[in-house]
Design a protein around this ligand. Structure first.
Ligand code: ASP
Ligand code: MG
Length: 437
């Protein structure tokens, strides 16, 4: 069971989590994020430090510490638990104050970012002790490891985690940190922002869990972006493939990398709502449940690159040369469309765009469109479902579409539009595909 930042972000929410994990007798591993707002605050502290602004960092650390004092004042009642919590807060904030005095480095940055999950799990453990829930806190830094390429080492995670669990066979409830890990140098590292979902899925895979429950503050994955369109509904069931497309192309509810471990080790994932625990939520499993379009999602910050060259005409090997440039700069490509004399590609990471453009120029004319959005229409067997294309094109009637990708899989149709057309596009698709005004 994984609980996100908002599910533990207020004392009363954290108490709710304690109820949810003690509802049945099944043994479980509980993965917690940092309290909502904490990781952002730690990023700010790190940024101040990296800019050499120790004064600001100091103020930010003090403000965050204050927040934790108040939090514990409301979470705990017994003097002994309040004292335990005080010592935990003191330990972690002293550490931050010590960091203030040493020179900033990337490794220190990771140490700073790890404090959020360390604090949330330790304080939750104190609360469980206070209400006499038997449990065991297992440090993620003892089993969650990543390699040189930041890839989790599932084999070794499996071994280390089962050893830890073996040592405490008498326990039913284990608590651990999401997000944080150890890298190949043995340093504290993390699975990138939003990575607690990934931790949960890796843990579920490593122990062959019967289910991996991701608890958030919404009742599952929705058919459209609730922040953009007025009416959306929760999706009952998705296949791993569908969920991967949706998580990657915009649905913020689940970290996209968290799909593969669950899929590979066939652990069903449930998206559930701490605010409404009885709601059905969304089940992500090997089977899709039903056919047809299930959802649309949008991903912003996309850059389109067009390479136009008459040399592409009747040539072979042209695409390979182009793709090699992206490979060299470890930049992944999302969408591709080709004509006989041009190819268009999208990327969402433009860190190396200047170098990429420079290396593409010998192949033809290179044109760049920034600030684009990919709108992805996801479902099961949608290419075999009648009328889908007609409905999509009807919805897009008045929208200038830059690229269309259809048939790459049976689960997805993607279109590329200017970011400023996103709201209009999602709304129109909501009406035409789902009949939701
Ligand atoms: N606390 C981390 C973050 O805010 C990881 C997570 O919550 O998933 O990104
Ligand atoms: Mg999250």
């Amino acid at each position: 069971m994984k609980f996100g930042g908002t599910s533990v972000g207020k004392p009363e929410r954290m108490k709710e989590v304690a109820k949810l994990i003690t509802k049945d007798e099944e043994s479980k591993i509980v993965v917690l994020s940092a309290l909502s707002g904490t990781t952002n605050a730690l990023v700010e502290i790190s940024t101040s430090l990296s800019q050499g602004d120790r004064n600001t960092a100091n103020q930010q650390i003090t403000a965050l510490e204050e927040h934790y004092q108040q939090f514990c004042g409301q979470l705990l009642t017994k003097p002994a638990s309040l004292e335990k919590a005080r010592l935990i807060i003191q330990e972690h904030f002293e550490f931050l104050h010590i960091i203030l005095k040493i020179s900033f480095s990337e490794a220190l940055n990771k140490d700073i970012l790890a404090q959020g999950e360390l604090l949330s799990t330790k304080l939750f453990s104190v609360y469980l002790d206070e209400i006499e829930v038997d449990h065991m806190l297992i440090p993620a830094l003892e089993f969650m490891t990543i390699d040189n390429y930041d890839e989790p080492q599932i084999g070794s995670i499996k071994i280390k985690l089962s050893q830890l669990l073996q040592r405490h066979k008498d326990k039913q409830i284990f608590i651990t940190q999401g997000y944080i890990s150890r890298n190949s140098k043995g340093e504290v590292d993390n699975l990138k922002r939003g990575g607690s979902d990934y931790s949960a899925s890796l843990i579920g895979a490593a122990i062959n869990a019967s289910v991996c429950e991701i608890w958030t503050d919404i009742d599952g994955m929705h058919n459209n972006d609730p922040r953009v369109v007025k009416k959306t509904v929760a999706i009952e069931q998705l296949s791993f493939e569908e969920a991967a497309e949706l998580a990657y192309f915009g649905a913020k509810i689940l970290h996209p990398a968290s799909i593969w471990p669950a899929q590979f080790y066939n652990v069903p994932v449930k998206l559930l709502n701490t605010m409404d625990p009885e709601a059905k939520g969304t089940l992500i499993a090997a089977e899709a449940g039903s056919a047809g379009v299930k959802a649309v999602a949008a991903k912003d910050g996309i850059t389109a690159i067009k390479i136009k060259s008459s040399r592409m005409l009747l040539a072979y090997g042209f695409l390979r040369k182009i793709f090699e440039v992206f490979e060299k700069y470890r930049t992944s490509i999302d969408m591709i469309t080709t004509s006989e004399v041009a190819v268009s590609i999208t990327i969402d990471n433009d860190t190396h765009l200047p170098e990429i453009i420079k290396e593409l120029e010998p192949f033809g004319t290179v044109e760049i469109d920034t600030n684009q959005s990919i709108v992805s229409i996801v479902g099961n067997e949608i290419t075999d479902t009648e009328d889908v294309m007609q409905k999509v094109f009807n919805a897009l009637k008045t929208i200038p579409v830059r690229m269309v990708s259809y048939g790459g899989s049976r689960h997805n149709i993607s279109i590329l539009i200017g970011r400023n057309y996103k709201e209009q596009t999602l709304q129109a698709l909501n009406v035409d595909l789902f009949g939701l005004e």
